[in-house]
Design a protein around this ligand. Structure first.
Ligand code: PXP
Length: 245
């Protein structure tokens, strides 16, 4: 079954709004795991707007499922990641002005630097994923530089507001998935997925992992994070069973 990675950055966003000690994303991670999260994801941004270094260190000690660290190519963050040793790192583009990650990583124009960094992580035994748009050149460049996984950017699917555009985006993501699988890449997906739009996605595409953050943390404000995660797991499970062959 498709695994669920829960991104808990926005628990830290609430804490950082007051620069206090609560709510603690480390506690959120433990409860998310009790709710069925297969993976805990955090993004250690260069500007430290939500997740802090201390969070990543404590999560490494307490997350007994899998830890996925989203990150830019910044030297300082690469050094922290190699010291912490999460099970997986996911490279994302990062801009200070953006509210959240906007587009996919441009692998094509950064092949040399990405190749060097990927080699270091591979030598450390850490899995490497690239968050990319479902474009053929980005997918084959990801393979060329040694990524184990790609994470397909689902933002355009999530933001499509009619069935025809949604269908087109699903087809595009499906083509990306096929290309990646032919090259031997493992495929994840995420960004902008919600309780409302995850069903159609899961019915249409078989990916390894879905990475979902904002929608789960938003529901958690009302029902608690353990319940919010188990409701998302249940949705994925139900729609997995109805996937078209
Ligand atoms: N995947 C990646 C690579 C991301 O950068 C994010 C956002 O931090 C997500 C998934 C989760 O997106 P959302 O918060 O919209 O569910």
């Amino acid at each position: 079954m498709t695994k669920l990675g829960v991104n808990i950055d926005h628990v830290a966003t609430i804490r950082q709004a007051r620069r206090t000690f609560e709510p603690d994303p480390v506690t959120a991670a433990s409860l998310a795991i009790l709710g069925g999260a297969d993976i805990i994801t955090v993004h250690l941004r260069e500007d430290r707007r939500h997740i802090q270094d201390r969070d990543v260190r404590l999560l490494r000690e307490t997350v007994f499922t899998k830890l996925n660290l989203e990150m830019s190519l910044a030297r300082e963050i690469v050094d922290i990641a190699r010291e912490i040793k999460p099970e997986k790192v996911t490279f994302v583009p990062e801009k200070r002005q953006e509210i959240t990650t906007e587009g996919g990583l441009d692998v094509v124009s950064q092949k040399k630097i990405l190749g060097d960094i990927v080699k270091r992580f591979r030598d450390d035994g850490i899995l490497v994923s690239f968050f990319i748009d479902p474009e053929e050149d980005q997918i084959s460049a990801s393979k060329d530089v040694g990524a184990h996984y790609i994470e397909l950017h689902t933002g355009n699917y999530a933001h499509a507001n009619d069935d025809i555009s949604k269908g087109k985006m699903i087809e595009k993501l499906q083509r990306g998935l096929n290309t990646a699988q032919k090259l031997g890449l493992q495929v994840n997906a995420g960004h902008g997925l919600t309780y409302q739009n995850v069903g159609l996605f899961v019915e249409s595409l078989k990916v390894e992992e879905l990475h979902i953050g904002h929608s789960i943390v938003s529901r958690a404000v009302f029902v608690g994070i353990q319940k919010a995660v188990s409701e998302m797991k249940e949705l994925i499970f139900r729609h997995d069973l109805t996937r078209k062959p």
